[in-house]
Write a protein that binds this ligand. Structure first.
Ligand code: NAP
Length: 319
Protein backbone atom coordinates (compact mmCIF):
# COMPACT_ATOMS: atom_id res chain seq x y z
CA UNK A 1 0.00 0.00 0.00
CA UNK A 2 1.29 3.49 -0.75
CA UNK A 3 1.72 6.61 1.37
CA UNK A 4 -1.43 8.74 1.07
CA UNK A 5 -1.23 11.41 -1.58
CA UNK A 6 -0.34 14.95 -0.52
CA UNK A 7 -4.04 15.89 -0.62
CA UNK A 8 -5.14 13.00 1.56
CA UNK A 9 -2.32 13.57 4.05
CA UNK A 10 -3.16 17.28 4.24
CA UNK A 11 -6.84 16.49 4.75
CA UNK A 12 -5.98 14.04 7.53
CA UNK A 13 -3.72 16.62 9.19
CA UNK A 14 -6.52 19.15 9.07
CA UNK A 15 -8.90 16.59 10.56
CA UNK A 16 -6.39 15.84 13.35
CA UNK A 17 -6.05 19.54 14.11
CA UNK A 18 -9.84 19.90 14.23
CA UNK A 19 -10.34 16.98 16.60
CA UNK A 20 -10.70 19.19 19.70
CA UNK A 21 -8.53 19.99 22.70
CA UNK A 22 -8.49 16.48 24.21
CA UNK A 23 -7.73 14.67 20.97
CA UNK A 24 -4.27 13.23 20.48
CA UNK A 25 -2.20 15.33 18.10
CA UNK A 26 -3.38 18.76 19.19
CA UNK A 27 -1.53 19.24 22.50
CA UNK A 28 2.23 19.44 23.15
CA UNK A 29 4.05 16.49 21.52
CA UNK A 30 4.21 13.49 23.87
CA UNK A 31 7.91 12.98 23.19
CA UNK A 32 10.80 15.24 22.37
CA UNK A 33 12.83 12.72 20.37
CA UNK A 34 11.66 9.28 19.23
CA UNK A 35 14.22 6.82 17.81
CA UNK A 36 12.88 4.04 15.58
CA UNK A 37 15.21 1.06 15.11
CA UNK A 38 13.97 -0.53 11.88
CA UNK A 39 11.94 1.32 9.25
CA UNK A 40 9.97 -1.41 7.51
CA UNK A 41 6.19 -1.74 7.36
CA UNK A 42 5.65 -1.13 11.08
CA UNK A 43 8.47 1.36 11.75
CA UNK A 44 7.57 3.50 8.74
CA UNK A 45 3.83 3.39 9.56
CA UNK A 46 4.67 4.54 13.09
CA UNK A 47 6.91 7.33 11.73
CA UNK A 48 4.08 8.49 9.48
CA UNK A 49 1.51 8.40 12.31
CA UNK A 50 3.88 10.22 14.69
CA UNK A 51 4.38 12.92 12.04
CA UNK A 52 0.73 13.20 11.14
CA UNK A 53 -0.50 13.48 14.73
CA UNK A 54 2.55 15.46 15.94
CA UNK A 55 3.39 12.97 18.69
CA UNK A 56 7.11 13.84 18.76
CA UNK A 57 9.26 16.87 17.93
CA UNK A 58 12.04 14.85 16.30
CA UNK A 59 12.15 11.38 14.73
CA UNK A 60 15.44 9.54 14.26
CA UNK A 61 15.67 6.25 12.38
CA UNK A 62 18.12 3.36 12.10
CA UNK A 63 18.07 0.57 9.52
CA UNK A 64 20.45 -2.28 8.76
CA UNK A 65 21.23 -1.30 5.16
CA UNK A 66 22.12 1.98 3.48
CA UNK A 67 19.37 1.29 0.91
CA UNK A 68 16.63 1.42 3.58
CA UNK A 69 18.20 4.53 5.13
CA UNK A 70 18.12 6.24 1.72
CA UNK A 71 14.44 5.30 1.25
CA UNK A 72 13.56 6.64 4.71
CA UNK A 73 15.34 9.89 3.82
CA UNK A 74 13.67 10.16 0.39
CA UNK A 75 10.23 9.50 1.87
CA UNK A 76 10.82 12.24 4.46
CA UNK A 77 10.07 9.87 7.33
CA UNK A 78 12.57 11.33 9.81
CA UNK A 79 14.98 14.09 10.79
CA UNK A 80 18.09 11.90 11.11
CA UNK A 81 18.82 8.41 9.74
CA UNK A 82 21.77 6.01 9.78
CA UNK A 83 23.00 2.47 10.24
CA UNK A 84 25.02 3.28 13.37
CA UNK A 85 22.60 2.83 16.28
CA UNK A 86 24.49 4.92 18.88
CA UNK A 87 23.88 8.42 17.43
CA UNK A 88 20.31 7.46 16.51
CA UNK A 89 19.26 6.63 20.10
CA UNK A 90 21.43 9.23 21.88
CA UNK A 91 19.22 11.80 23.60
CA UNK A 92 15.97 9.99 22.67
CA UNK A 93 13.27 9.93 25.35
CA UNK A 94 11.60 7.02 23.51
CA UNK A 95 13.30 4.20 21.59
CA UNK A 96 11.09 1.80 19.61
CA UNK A 97 12.50 -1.51 18.34
CA UNK A 98 10.84 -2.16 14.97
CA UNK A 99 13.16 -4.92 13.69
CA UNK A 100 12.46 -8.66 13.38
CA UNK A 101 12.49 -10.10 16.92
CA UNK A 102 15.47 -12.37 16.18
CA UNK A 103 17.89 -9.40 16.32
CA UNK A 104 16.54 -7.84 19.53
CA UNK A 105 19.49 -9.01 21.69
CA UNK A 106 21.99 -7.68 19.13
CA UNK A 107 20.14 -4.34 18.91
CA UNK A 108 19.76 -4.01 22.71
CA UNK A 109 23.50 -4.66 23.15
CA UNK A 110 24.32 -1.95 20.61
CA UNK A 111 21.99 0.73 22.01
CA UNK A 112 22.43 0.12 25.77
CA UNK A 113 25.54 2.31 26.27
CA UNK A 114 23.91 5.24 24.41
CA UNK A 115 20.50 5.35 26.12
CA UNK A 116 19.68 8.52 28.04
CA UNK A 117 18.90 8.09 31.75
CA UNK A 118 15.12 7.83 32.19
CA UNK A 119 14.56 6.90 28.52
CA UNK A 120 11.74 4.51 27.66
CA UNK A 121 12.47 1.49 25.46
CA UNK A 122 9.51 -0.17 23.77
CA UNK A 123 9.03 -2.43 20.74
CA UNK A 124 6.43 -3.64 18.24
CA UNK A 125 7.39 -7.33 18.12
CA UNK A 126 4.84 -10.09 17.58
CA UNK A 127 6.27 -12.23 20.42
CA UNK A 128 6.50 -10.85 23.95
CA UNK A 129 8.19 -13.31 26.35
CA UNK A 130 11.36 -12.92 24.29
CA UNK A 131 11.54 -9.21 25.18
CA UNK A 132 11.79 -10.17 28.84
CA UNK A 133 14.47 -12.74 27.95
CA UNK A 134 16.52 -10.89 25.30
CA UNK A 135 16.13 -7.16 25.99
CA UNK A 136 15.39 -6.55 29.70
CA UNK A 137 18.72 -7.89 31.06
CA UNK A 138 20.74 -5.73 28.66
CA UNK A 139 19.23 -2.34 29.53
CA UNK A 140 20.99 -0.04 32.04
CA UNK A 141 19.34 0.84 35.36
CA UNK A 142 17.04 3.85 35.09
CA UNK A 143 15.81 2.95 31.59
CA UNK A 144 12.15 1.85 31.50
CA UNK A 145 11.10 -1.12 29.35
CA UNK A 146 7.47 -1.20 28.15
CA UNK A 147 7.03 -3.96 25.52
CA UNK A 148 4.18 -3.49 23.04
CA UNK A 149 2.59 -5.24 20.07
CA UNK A 150 0.36 -3.36 17.64
CA UNK A 151 -2.00 -6.03 16.32
CA UNK A 152 -2.05 -4.57 12.81
CA UNK A 153 -0.17 -5.38 9.66
CA UNK A 154 -0.12 -6.42 6.03
CA UNK A 155 1.94 -8.90 4.02
CA UNK A 156 4.14 -6.08 2.67
CA UNK A 157 7.58 -5.06 3.96
CA UNK A 158 9.93 -2.12 3.76
CA UNK A 159 9.76 1.68 4.23
CA UNK A 160 7.43 2.23 1.24
CA UNK A 161 4.89 -0.29 2.54
CA UNK A 162 3.89 1.77 5.59
CA UNK A 163 0.90 4.09 5.97
CA UNK A 164 -0.23 6.32 8.84
CA UNK A 165 -3.69 4.73 9.15
CA UNK A 166 -2.34 1.19 9.78
CA UNK A 167 -3.00 1.30 13.54
CA UNK A 168 -6.40 3.03 13.41
CA UNK A 169 -9.07 1.13 15.34
CA UNK A 170 -6.63 -1.73 16.03
CA UNK A 171 -5.53 -3.10 19.38
CA UNK A 172 -2.08 -2.45 20.77
CA UNK A 173 -1.17 -4.90 23.53
CA UNK A 174 1.26 -3.67 26.22
CA UNK A 175 3.07 -6.29 28.33
CA UNK A 176 5.03 -4.37 31.01
CA UNK A 177 6.58 -6.41 33.84
CA UNK A 178 4.98 -5.92 37.26
CA UNK A 179 6.52 -2.89 38.98
CA UNK A 180 7.33 -1.04 35.72
CA UNK A 181 7.29 2.74 36.15
CA UNK A 182 3.61 3.65 35.67
CA UNK A 183 4.26 6.99 34.02
CA UNK A 184 6.32 5.21 31.33
CA UNK A 185 3.54 2.68 30.69
CA UNK A 186 1.07 5.55 30.38
CA UNK A 187 3.32 7.44 27.93
CA UNK A 188 3.65 4.38 25.66
CA UNK A 189 -0.14 3.86 25.89
CA UNK A 190 -0.60 7.54 24.97
CA UNK A 191 1.65 7.10 21.91
CA UNK A 192 -0.55 4.28 20.62
CA UNK A 193 -3.76 6.07 21.49
CA UNK A 194 -2.27 8.97 19.53
CA UNK A 195 -1.96 6.58 16.56
CA UNK A 196 -5.72 5.90 17.05
CA UNK A 197 -5.20 2.41 18.53
CA UNK A 198 -6.99 0.82 21.48
CA UNK A 199 -4.89 -0.36 24.42
CA UNK A 200 -4.95 -3.68 26.28
CA UNK A 201 -2.53 -4.72 29.07
CA UNK A 202 -1.52 -8.39 29.15
CA UNK A 203 0.95 -10.77 30.73
CA UNK A 204 3.61 -11.66 28.09
CA UNK A 205 3.05 -15.42 28.38
CA UNK A 206 -0.69 -14.99 27.90
CA UNK A 207 -0.02 -12.72 24.90
CA UNK A 208 2.12 -15.39 23.26
CA UNK A 209 -0.56 -18.07 23.72
CA UNK A 210 -3.35 -15.84 22.37
CA UNK A 211 -1.31 -14.75 19.34
CA UNK A 212 -0.18 -18.34 18.67
CA UNK A 213 -3.79 -19.24 17.91
CA UNK A 214 -5.02 -15.98 16.33
CA UNK A 215 -2.00 -15.15 14.18
CA UNK A 216 0.91 -17.59 14.25
CA UNK A 217 -1.05 -20.79 13.50
CA UNK A 218 -3.01 -19.20 10.61
CA UNK A 219 0.27 -18.07 9.05
CA UNK A 220 1.76 -21.54 9.49
CA UNK A 221 -1.29 -23.10 7.83
CA UNK A 222 -1.04 -20.63 4.92
CA UNK A 223 2.66 -21.39 4.44
CA UNK A 224 1.86 -25.13 4.53
CA UNK A 225 -1.05 -25.04 2.08
CA UNK A 226 0.79 -22.93 -0.46
CA UNK A 227 3.90 -25.14 -0.12
CA UNK A 228 1.78 -28.30 -0.58
CA UNK A 229 0.04 -26.84 -3.64
CA UNK A 230 3.33 -25.91 -5.28
CA UNK A 231 4.72 -29.41 -4.62
CA UNK A 232 1.54 -30.99 -6.01
CA UNK A 233 1.72 -28.83 -9.10
CA UNK A 234 5.26 -30.01 -9.75
CA UNK A 235 4.40 -33.65 -9.14
CA UNK A 236 1.04 -33.93 -10.90
CA UNK A 237 1.33 -31.13 -13.44
CA UNK A 238 -2.02 -29.87 -12.16
CA UNK A 239 -2.54 -26.19 -12.93
CA UNK A 240 -2.82 -25.06 -9.32
CA UNK A 241 -1.52 -21.53 -9.77
CA UNK A 242 -3.33 -20.92 -13.07
CA UNK A 243 -6.73 -21.83 -11.66
CA UNK A 244 -6.15 -20.51 -8.12
CA UNK A 245 -9.61 -20.22 -6.54
CA UNK A 246 -10.61 -17.68 -3.91
CA UNK A 247 -9.68 -19.84 -0.90
CA UNK A 248 -6.20 -20.60 -2.20
CA UNK A 249 -5.63 -17.00 -3.32
CA UNK A 250 -6.36 -15.74 0.23
CA UNK A 251 -3.78 -18.17 1.62
CA UNK A 252 -1.18 -17.03 -0.91
CA UNK A 253 -1.59 -13.45 0.33
CA UNK A 254 -0.84 -14.49 3.92
CA UNK A 255 1.97 -16.79 2.77
CA UNK A 256 3.63 -13.81 1.05
CA UNK A 257 4.46 -12.34 4.49
CA UNK A 258 8.08 -11.57 5.32
CA UNK A 259 10.12 -14.81 5.70
CA UNK A 260 12.64 -13.36 8.20
CA UNK A 261 9.94 -11.94 10.46
CA UNK A 262 7.96 -15.18 10.49
CA UNK A 263 10.98 -17.43 10.94
CA UNK A 264 11.86 -15.39 14.03
CA UNK A 265 8.30 -15.54 15.39
CA UNK A 266 8.10 -19.34 15.17
CA UNK A 267 11.56 -19.86 16.65
CA UNK A 268 10.76 -17.51 19.54
CA UNK A 269 7.22 -18.65 20.36
CA UNK A 270 8.07 -22.33 20.08
CA UNK A 271 6.18 -23.67 23.10
CA UNK A 272 2.84 -21.94 22.47
CA UNK A 273 2.94 -22.64 18.71
CA UNK A 274 3.74 -26.34 19.22
CA UNK A 275 0.83 -26.55 21.68
CA UNK A 276 -1.71 -25.07 19.25
CA UNK A 277 -0.40 -27.20 16.37
CA UNK A 278 -1.11 -30.25 18.55
CA UNK A 279 -4.70 -29.06 19.18
CA UNK A 280 -5.13 -28.23 15.49
CA UNK A 281 -3.91 -31.68 14.42
CA UNK A 282 -6.46 -33.34 16.73
CA UNK A 283 -9.30 -31.22 15.33
CA UNK A 284 -8.15 -31.85 11.75
CA UNK A 285 -8.13 -35.60 12.42
CA UNK A 286 -11.70 -35.36 13.75
CA UNK A 287 -12.74 -33.59 10.53
CA UNK A 288 -10.92 -36.18 8.43
CA UNK A 289 -12.88 -38.88 10.22
CA UNK A 290 -16.19 -37.03 9.73
CA UNK A 291 -15.52 -36.79 5.98
CA UNK A 292 -14.47 -40.45 5.76
CA UNK A 293 -17.60 -41.69 7.54
CA UNK A 294 -19.98 -39.29 5.81
CA UNK A 295 -20.89 -37.46 9.05
CA UNK A 296 -22.44 -34.46 7.30
CA UNK A 297 -24.10 -33.16 10.44
CA UNK A 298 -20.74 -32.81 12.23
CA UNK A 299 -19.34 -30.86 9.28
CA UNK A 300 -22.44 -28.68 9.01
CA UNK A 301 -22.39 -27.91 12.77
CA UNK A 302 -18.74 -26.85 12.70
CA UNK A 303 -19.12 -24.71 9.59
CA UNK A 304 -22.17 -23.01 11.12
CA UNK A 305 -20.28 -22.22 14.34
CA UNK A 306 -17.30 -20.80 12.44
CA UNK A 307 -19.56 -18.60 10.34
CA UNK A 308 -20.78 -16.98 13.58
CA UNK A 309 -17.18 -16.21 14.57
CA UNK A 310 -16.70 -14.30 11.32
CA UNK A 311 -19.87 -12.31 12.01
CA UNK A 312 -18.70 -11.38 15.51
CA UNK A 313 -15.32 -10.19 14.16
CA UNK A 314 -17.13 -7.97 11.65
CA UNK A 315 -19.39 -6.62 14.42
CA UNK A 316 -16.30 -5.83 16.53
CA UNK A 317 -14.95 -3.85 13.50
CA UNK A 318 -11.79 -6.01 13.36
CA UNK A 319 -12.51 -7.59 9.95
P1 NAP B 1 10.18 -5.19 7.78
O1 NAP B 1 9.25 -4.42 6.91
O2 NAP B 1 10.90 -6.36 7.20
O3 NAP B 1 11.27 -4.18 8.39
C1 NAP B 1 12.27 -4.58 9.26
C2 NAP B 1 13.22 -3.41 9.51
O4 NAP B 1 14.19 -3.80 10.49
C3 NAP B 1 14.00 -2.97 8.28
O5 NAP B 1 14.06 -1.58 8.24
C4 NAP B 1 15.40 -3.55 8.53
O6 NAP B 1 16.43 -2.80 7.92
C5 NAP B 1 15.48 -3.40 10.04
N1 NAP B 1 16.50 -4.23 10.65
C6 NAP B 1 16.67 -5.57 10.56
N2 NAP B 1 17.73 -5.97 11.27
C7 NAP B 1 18.26 -4.85 11.82
C8 NAP B 1 19.38 -4.59 12.66
N3 NAP B 1 20.17 -5.58 13.07
N4 NAP B 1 19.63 -3.29 13.02
C9 NAP B 1 18.83 -2.28 12.61
N5 NAP B 1 17.76 -2.46 11.82
C10 NAP B 1 17.48 -3.73 11.43
O7 NAP B 1 9.45 -5.72 9.09
P2 NAP B 1 8.03 -5.27 9.76
O8 NAP B 1 6.92 -5.97 9.07
O9 NAP B 1 8.01 -3.79 9.89
O10 NAP B 1 8.19 -5.96 11.20
C11 NAP B 1 8.95 -5.36 12.22
C12 NAP B 1 8.51 -5.90 13.57
O11 NAP B 1 7.10 -5.66 13.72
C13 NAP B 1 8.72 -7.40 13.76
O12 NAP B 1 9.27 -7.63 15.03
C14 NAP B 1 7.31 -7.98 13.68
O13 NAP B 1 7.18 -9.13 14.52
C15 NAP B 1 6.45 -6.82 14.17
N6 NAP B 1 5.08 -6.79 13.62
C16 NAP B 1 4.90 -6.99 12.29
C17 NAP B 1 3.61 -6.97 11.77
C18 NAP B 1 3.36 -7.18 10.28
O14 NAP B 1 2.25 -7.49 9.88
N7 NAP B 1 4.37 -7.02 9.45
C19 NAP B 1 2.51 -6.70 12.61
C20 NAP B 1 2.75 -6.44 13.97
C21 NAP B 1 4.05 -6.50 14.47
P3 NAP B 1 16.85 -3.15 6.38
O15 NAP B 1 15.64 -2.83 5.53
O16 NAP B 1 17.97 -2.21 6.14
O17 NAP B 1 17.21 -4.61 6.36
Amino acid sequence: MAEPSGDRAAAADAAAAADGPDAPGTAEPLFDRVALIGIGLIGSSLARAIRRYRLARTITVAARTEASCAKARDLGLCDLVGTDLGPIVAGADLVVLCTPVGVYAEVATAIAPHLAPGAIVTDVGSVKQLVVRDVAPLLPAGVHLVPAHPVAGTEHSGPEAGFAELFEGRWCILTPAPGTNEASVERVAALWRGCRSMIELMDPKHHDVVLAITSHLPHLIAYTIVGTAVDLEEQTRAEVIKFAAAGFRDFTRIAASDPVMWRDIFLNNREAVLDVIQRFNEDLTALQRAIRWGEGEALFDLFTRTREIRRSIIEARQA
